[in-house]
Write a protein that binds this ligand. Structure first.
Ligand code: R5P
Length: 301
């Protein structure tokens, strides 16, 4: 109990100094509740408005694919370079060190694997996400897949209800079926459907005409890296996406399957946060690959 005898009269009222109403660094997010914004601010750097998310949730549908056979050995050393970690709950609880204090985007739907039919998923209980203190939850949508579209959009919709109840942002992930065109028209539709159903972040793929995809999506978009490319091409992909309005990347294979994953994630980060040109970022990658430079801090662009 405060000592009532020492109740001092306040005097620092700042009369004449207007209280600043600050804006928010992410589009479409100004009207969200404080807790959602606080979590989004952990993921997206408030100074740049961008994020480098490191995705290593692949094992939950693919098993021990290349680069994630031993997450403790291959991914944990990279975590310090990421702004956010995206994974499923089993790896989070068993391998990700809680002492790292990195924001987590939890893969929050599960059900099938590459051995059967993908995306016939159920969402996890929001209480489990709260227990793990995650900063966002990610739900896959299979837009355009006549079998799984309805169930996956319902999953996203329900997760958005649960997320908003507890202040946890929801990322809508756009899965692309084998038969679908990977073009701006499809990704514009898919991203917009995710946002309209309550996604606070959308994860999709880069394509030609990506500025249309970002323009018609009212919330921040991050791009997946997709299949492994040569490093320079992956850096070009990230650069083009950022220039076209993406708020970051959620990259997996192009980082952890790189010949030097630590150098690659640092080069990607320079592209995302400093607008570094792909050629310069590739030079940075090569410099960081040299054994004598591995621990060094890269110069600002
Ligand atoms: C998406 O749902 C996947 O599980 C991965 O998180 C995503 O594809 C990003 O990884 P990559 O950059 O390897 O495509």
């Amino acid at each position: 109990m405060a000592d009532l005898d020492d109740l001092r009269e306040g005097s620092e009222y700042g009369i004449g100094i207007e209280q600043k109403t600050r804006g928010y660094h992410l589009k479409g997010c100004s009207n969200l509740d404080w807790g959602v914004k606080d979590r989004l601010s952990r993921i997206f750097n408030p100074k740049t408005g961008k994020s480098v998310m490191l995705a290593f949730d692949h094992g939950f549908i693919m098993g021990p694919t290349s680069g994630v056979e031993r997450v403790d050995l291959s991914i944990v050393p990279l975590m310090k370079y990421a702004d956010c970690l995206m994974c499923a709950r089993g790896i989070l609880r068993s391998v990700v060190p809680p002492s790292l204090n990195k924001p987590i985007c939890l893969r929050a739907d599960a059900g099938t694997t590459i051995l059967t039919k993908l995306n016939d998923n159920r969402i996890i209980d929001i209480e489990d996400a709260i227990r793990m203190n995650v900063s966002a939850v990610a739900v896959m949508t299979a837009i355009g897949d006549s079998d799984m579209e309805a169930v996956s959009i319902k999953n996203l919709y329900r997760m958005a209800d649960a997320g908003m109840k507890y202040g946890i942002p929801v990322m809508g992930v756009t899965a692309v079926g084998k038969d679908m065109a990977r073009d701006a028209r499809y990704f514009s539709l898919a991203a917009r459907v995710c946002a309209e159903n309550g996604a606070n972040i959308v994860k999709t793929y880069y394509t030609e005409g990506f500025e249309k995809v970002t323009a018609c999506c009212p919330v921040p978009i991050v791009i997946a890296g997709g299949k492994k490319l040569p490093e320079l091409e992956a850096l070009e992909l990230a650069y083009k996406a950022i220039q076209a309005g993406a708020a970051g990347v959620d990259m997996g294979r192009n980082v952890f399957q790189s010949e030097n994953p630590a150098a690659m994630i640092r080069a990607v980060s320079a592209v995302v946060h400093q607008n570094m040109k792909p050629k310069d970022a590739f030079d940075l990658f090569q410099t960081l690959c040299r054994p004598s430079n591995r621990g060094r801090k890269p110069k600002q662009a």
